[in-house]
Design a protein around this ligand. Structure first.
Ligand SMILES: *[C@@H]1O[C@H](CO)[C@@H](O)[C@H](O)[C@H]1NC(C)=O
Ligand SMILES: *[C@@H]1O[C@H](CO)[C@@H](O)[C@H](O)[C@H]1NC(C)=O
Ligand SMILES: *[C@@H]1O[C@H](CO)[C@@H](O)[C@H](O)[C@H]1NC(C)=O
Length: 436
């Protein structure tokens, strides 16, 4: 049972040993948590294969159905890897992603008012990723307090609660404060109603009454993922508050260094750490100040979201390579486009962006699978499938594997793919022997 699972994990994590995380190599037993060997993918990947049109790819994937599955670093747990169904950035999401074969686990890193590091996807998402608005003494400290939906003006309900509004102790020691599925109901007239709005393809099954997922500090994240024997991909979140924050010496560079210092304190081998940032200066800082970590830092790229900006985003790859960046991670849709064959079938192929990255010797990572909901509804998979919407419109859910097949191909050669439900990427990686 998930509630038992998370209770057990949290109990194990709060043993005193946690104060001295990671004194050795992977898989040390200090948290009471051990590496997961019995990887379980559940029914979803098999169902997705069933949705595919007949093809050599489908036959190959079917041929792997009885294979013993194992963890792969090609499968990267996005916000923990169980995010489709479990509250993100929690022990439960990391344990779910790990059970489903993720070899690298993510924590998005932001800071509290006392400048301690904590895992949240945004510095200011506590109002949608936790129940903080229902706890009056904490809600009162939010940057923007809860304002109900106004039926006259039709203005949506709003709130804005940032980790930097609270001390670490307030966020980790307030008993009633729990993480929840990321959602809000714009028509809410009470803080309780504002907790709703979870899309139908996600679920509240694992965050219902009687369960409480605590937020993870970066120290706890490092101890947990180290104990699981996996790699780390912490993302330094772009601060929402102005830097320096709180004291004159808490600059962006001090924040970027603080993250590395936590890994050093835990004696983690830099080879296991895949730092990420959207801020180019963070990557340049790491390359300059901490080359062992910097050389496998991942530059996140969202500069080509519009059809009018993708050419410039592609051109910028040359500069990144020249500056010493080794890995870029754009959203999935930058890496692929389509061609129509003689029979009129539209196929997914490598994009110009992917081909230039390859030519320049840049490695690529894509984000994020399993965040889109239904692929054949009116959005055709939305943002992440923007350049291949014709394919999802034509062939629906099974297109997930067509996309992965192009990402894994020689033309793109992705070294990993983020997913909100690690089983699907793990299935592909195991079937094709991708264990980077
Ligand atoms: C809705 O907005 C109007 C116009 O700003 C305001 O007069 C009214 O008090 C608001 N209603 C509620 C319930 O806040
Ligand atoms: C910043 O300054 C404070 C004293 O004002 C000191 O305690 C702290 O260690 C400094 N932090 C860094 C990152 O230099
Ligand atoms: C994809 O769909 C768009 C309209 O949504 C259409 O203009 C375009 O020609 C299609 N491309 C292919 C390759 O079929």
């Amino acid at each position: 049972m998930p509630s038992t699972l998370s209770t057990l994990c949290l109990a194990a994590l709060s043993v005193p040993a946690l104060a001295h995380p990671g004194h050795g190599g992977p898989g040390k037993d200090e948290t009471g948590i051990k590496p997961i060997k019995n990887v379980q993918l559940g029914p979803r990947p098999y169902w997705l294969v069933d949705q595919m049109e007949d093809s050599p790819l489908k036959s190959k994937l079917q041929s792997c159905s009885e294979k013993q599955m194992r963890p792969s670093r090609w499968s990267i747990g996005h916000r923990g890897g169980g995010t489709l169904q479990f509250p993100e950035e929690t022990v439960a999401s990391i344990m779910a992603g790990t059970r489903m074969g993720a070899g690298i686990e993510e924590c998005d890193v932001t800071f509290t008012s006392d400048r301690q590091l904590i895992c949240r996807h945004s510095q200011c998402d506590l109002h949608t990723t936790t129940n903080i608005l229902t706890i009056p003494e904490l809600a009162a400290k939010c940057t923007v307090p809860f304002t109900p939906y106004n039926a006259t003006t039709k203005k949506s309900a709003t709130a804005k609660c940032c980790t930097s509004d609270f001390t670490l102790a307030e966020l980790t020691e307030t008993k009633e404060l729990c993480a929840k599925m990321d959602s809000s109901d714009p028509k809410a007239t009470t803080p309780e109603q504002y907790q709703g709005g979870v899309p139908g393809y996600r679920t509240t099954l694992y965050s219902g009454p009687g369960t409480c997922h605590k937020m993870l500090t970066v120290k706890e994240y490092i101890a947990l993922v180290d104990a699981l024997g996996l790699d780390f991909t912490p993302e330094l979140k772009t601060p929402v508050v102005k830097m320096p924050f709180g004291s004159a010496n808490y600059t962006q560079e001090a924040f970027a260094q603080q993250l590395i210092d936590e890994f050093k304190q835990a004696k983690i081998d830099p080879k296991r750490v895949w730092l990420q940032s959207f801020l180019y200066d963070d990557i340049l800082y790491w390359l300059r100040a901490e080359p062992k970590f910097g050389k496998q830092a991942v530059l996140l790229d969202e500069s080509g979201d519009a059809p009018s900006t993708i050419a410039a985003a592609t051109a910028s790859l040359t500069k990144y390579a020249k500056d010493g960046v080794n890995i870029v991670a754009p959203p999935l849709h930058y890496l692929v486009s389509t061609v129509t064959d003689k029979t009129g079938r539209v196929n997914i192929v490598a994009s110009e962006y992917a081909k230039l990255a390859k030519t320049l010797g840049l490695k690529v990572v894509g984000w994020s699978l399993e965040r889109s909901g239904w692929l054949a509804d009116s959005t055709n998979g939305g943002y992440y499938y923007g350049t291949i919407a014709n394919v999802t419109a034509a062939r629906g859910e099974g297109v997930v594997f067509e996309l992965l097949d192009v990402l894994a191909s020689k033309e793109v050669g992705a070294i990993g793919v983020f997913s909100d439900w690690s089983a699907t990427v793990s299935y592909y990686a195991n079937c094709f022997g991708l264990f980077p």
